[in-house]
Design a protein. Structure first.
Length: 132
């Protein structure tokens, strides 16, 4: 005859295994809803990537309250984008210059040059983005 505390330990282990399996199953079911499914032509489209990089940088500088914060955010987003775009086989070069003297006015801007090099293409553009 087994002791009651041994049965409790067995039930505890069975319960933990069941709960881990349940959590894993729910996670896998929910993962498909959070997955970004891009069409195949978008993943290798220079214009699509180029436009998104410009929009991400523009949104990043608009959220900054000071010019120093905008410069720091731009460096962080550039580092993040470099890691993401390298996976796609592209080389991203961004050159930006902030006009910190006019940061609190409507005329404050970021002079941004983006150069995106792919296997077959070289896309380059210069933009003037305002922080307001």
């Amino acid at each position: 005859m087994e002791k009651p505390h041994c049965m409790k330990a067995q039930m505890f282990i069975v319960t933990i295994v069941f709960l881990v399996g349940l959590i894993f199953t729910v996670q896998q079911c929910l993962f498909q809803y959070s997955f970004l499914d891009l069409p195949a032509h978008s993943e290798r489209n220079d214009y699509y990537i180029f436009s998104n990089v410009k929009d991400v940088i523009n949104q990043t500088i608009r959220t900054a309250k000071t010019c120093a914060e905008a410069e720091q955010n731009a460096e962080e987003i550039e580092s993040f984008l470099d890691k993401q775009i390298i996976r796609g086989g592209y080389i991203l070069e961004t050159i930006y210059k902030f006009d910190c003297a006019n940061w609190d006015t409507e005329n404050s801007l970021l002079n941004l040059t983006i150069n995106l090099k792919g296997a077959d293409t070289d896309t380059k553009g210069t933009f003037y983005l305002y922080n307001k």
